[in-house]
Design a protein around this ligand. Structure first.
Ligand SMILES: [Zn+2]
Length: 387
């Protein structure tokens, strides 16, 4: 009775091996994409990356739509029988033109270094290869790949397209980077929740005066800032995952002048729905005790929170089981940084961090792990077939 079990096991093993993409082909396509610089601020450059992706998508038979603002929508086998699966990626990076000269693409051992490889050009290439592995056998309902041009600047032009696609999707898979390998507790983990981000800055305007001769005629914006900072940071609710920190401050013009202006910028993140509104209202109402100093707040929700939900955890359980069959273990964690997954999570079950393992997003040591990448692409293929 044992022989059949063994042969079934071998069949499964061979089947799964067949799902691993060719590492050489992955690397080839990533070098092409990462060799094309695409800072968010230059839509023409970002469009060059989108053109490359569009070429690959057309080869796979995509129905292509160019949406306003530069977002591109590639549909595979959309048949209307049920909501499609959404694959969400971005083509822009935080790196300005010329970065490749100082941070060239280079392979060192198992790692490929270079601007944008981890966040998230390897994710884009992985998505294309995962689609290719389906060999035209699209799941019922089909798959929509949405590639946006402006994630790194808060998705001003693409947010509406992302939300429209998510509202019609049965789930969203986001091949953004997983947790970095330098994280001792959660290296390579998928992202099952993300904090929401509020953009907040405060300009204080007081009155200048000679600091030695007649300081009483001045109203110090710097003193007002010092008095305000503890009150601002008191808006934090660590028990709810809300953090509020004044991270930058600039004020004053000379040592002998009562400072008339001071500017503060904040890092504000929230984990739970509703906390963004509470913090916005609380900050907007804060004024210096010295009424001669005017306060002007610039406040906006950059991304809403992506709470760690049952829907996401059940998607993760599916991914974890698939990873086990593919021969590796998968973990998940909620993280502080936002992504476009924050926009899809309120509208459909969302699993983020499905890109290539590595480290150093937005940092000079940005890299991916070439040895661990193919198995993540195979996992994505499984999810495209099964979710
Ligand atoms: Zn990203």
């Amino acid at each position: 009775m044992e022989a059949p079990a063994v042969s079934i096991f071998l069949v499964v093993l061979c089947f799964d091996r067949g799902m691993f993409p060719d590492p050489e082909a992955l690397l080839h396509d990533l070098l092409l994409l990462a060799g094309t610089e695409s800072p968010s601020a230059d839509p023409v450059a970002v469009a060059r990356v989108l053109d490359l992706v569009e070429g690959w998508a057309r080869d796979l038979g995509a129905e292509v739509r160019h949406l306003s603002g530069g977002t591109r929508r590639f549909a595979f086998g959309e048949d209307g029988t049920r909501p499609p699966l959404l694959l969400l990626a971005h083509a822009d990076t935080v790196w300005p033109h010329g970065t490749l000269e100082t941070m060239p693409l280079r392979v060192e051992g198992e790692r490929l270094y270079g601007p944008g490889v981890f966040d998230m050009k390897a994710g884009v290439v992985g998505a294309i290869h995962a689609l290719r592995a389906l060999e035209g056998q699209w799941p019922a309902g089909g798959i929509v790949l949405l590639v946006t041009p402006d994630e790194e600047i808060g998705s001003p032009s693409s947010r509406a397209h992302i939300e429209a696609a998510a509202a019609q999707a049965r789930a969203a898979l986001v091949p953004e980077p997983p947790v970095g390998e330098s994280d001792t507790r959660h290296a390579h983990a998928l992202k099952s929740g993300r904090k929401g981000v509020i953009d907040a800055a405060l300009t204080l305007t007081g009155r200048a005066a000679h600091a030695g001769n007649e300081p009483e005629r001045g109203a110090s914006a710097v003193a007002a800032a010092a008095e305000l900072i503890p009150r601002i940071e008191a808006a934090a609710r660590p028990d709810l995952g809300t953090t509020v920190l004044v991270t930058q401050i600039a004020g004053g013009t000379a040592t002998n002048v009562v400072p008339a202006e001071c500017r503060l910028t904040l890092d504000v993140r929230v984990s739970q729905a509703g906390e963004d509104e509470r913090v916005l209202r609380g900050l907007a109402a804060l004024r210096p005790t010295d009424r001669r100093v005017q306060a002007a707040w610039a406040l906006a929700v950059n991304r809403p929170p992506f709470p760690r939900s049952e829907a996401t955890l059940s998607l993760f359980a599916q991914a974890q089981a698939a990873a086990q069959e593919l021969g590796f273990t998968l973990t998940e964690t909620a993280v502080g940084g936002g992504s476009d997954g924050n926009f899809t999570a309120p509208l459909c079950p969302t699993l983020d961090g499905l890109g290539a393992p590595g480290d150093g997003a937005h940092a000079p040591h940005e890299h991916i792990r070439l040895d661990m990448w193919p198995q993540r692409v195979a996992l994505l293929t499984r999810l495209l077939r099964e979710v």
